[in-house]
Design a protein around this ligand. Structure first.
Ligand SMILES: O=c1nc[nH]c2c1ncn2[C@H]1C[C@H](O)[C@@H](COP(=O)(O)OP(=O)(O)OP(=O)(O)O)O1
Ligand SMILES: [Mg+2]
Length: 205
């Protein structure tokens, strides 16, 4: 199948998260664009995620990497919002259990806080904000969400992060039980990329 045209020849993924890189690589395979990551460049600066919103952090990550590489850069700032926890962990999702927390530690903290809350009160959503920064021009921001609820017992081996605890009522499976294609079709990140694609089409075709 011929690949869809893309406004640039190359794009850099401004993320160090292997799960995100895998998902984006699959999503970008339909486009005629070479996908690089920060690992392809020596001495990339570490970007401090000190924003109070997904938008601020995504913008900072994308603009820093676009500046340093001279290439269009796509960043994702994402996380989990749990209603019963007043939207936590939110922008702090990666650091929920501490500054260098692993996915396992974050998941253990999530489960411990929700243990006494009945399952029908554990509504949550994944949020992904994508920022596309181009060396000259304004940064594009889009947001995608995916609704579900948190289950205490982890299930599934796919995905990353909070996926084994994120249950999708329509699928009757956790996000970690979906194939990579299925996850991309419904996920917050997939939704956000769809919006970005629509904005790019409007601008460049
Ligand atoms: O699809 C997902 N499935 C499960 N968990 C997810 C997902 N998407 C984000 N998450 C969680 C993982 C991490 O705890 C936080 C993202 O934090 P976030 O700062 O955006 O990413 P990160 O530090 O891992 O990589 P980077 O900043 O280099 O892109 O939300
Ligand atoms: Mg991060």
């Amino acid at each position: 199948m011929p690949k869809q045209t893309f406004p640039w020849k190359k794009i850099v993924l401004a993320t160090k998260n292997k799960g995100k890189i895998g998902e984006f690589s699959r999503m970008f395979a339909v486009f005629d664009v070479e996908v690089l990551t920060v690992a392809d460049f020596p001495d990339m600066p570490d970007v401090v995620e000190d924003g109070e919103t997904f938008e601020a952090n995504a913008r900072k990550k994308a603009e820093t990497i676009a500046q340093v590489t001279g290439l269009p850069a796509l960043a994702d700032d994402s996380g989990l919002e749990v209603d019963a926890l007043d939207g936590k962990p939110g922008v702090y999702s990666a650091r929920f259990a501490g500054p260098d927390a692993t996915d396992e530690e974050n998941n253990a903290k999530l489960v411990s806080l929700l243990r006494d809350i009945p399952e029908d009160k554990r509504c949550a959503r994944f949020v992904s904000v994508l920022a596309l920064a181009v060396p000259q021009g304004e940064t594009l921001l889009v947001r995608g969400t995916c609704e579900g609820r948190i289950v205490l017992a982890p299930k599934g081996e796919n995905g990353f992060g909070y996926d084994p605890h994120f249950f999708l009522p329509e699928k009757q499976r956790t996000m970690a039980e979906l194939s990579p294609e299925e996850k991309n079709r419904i996920s917050h990140r997939g939704q956000a990329l769809g919006k970005l694609e629509a904005v790019l089409k409007e601008r460049f075709v």
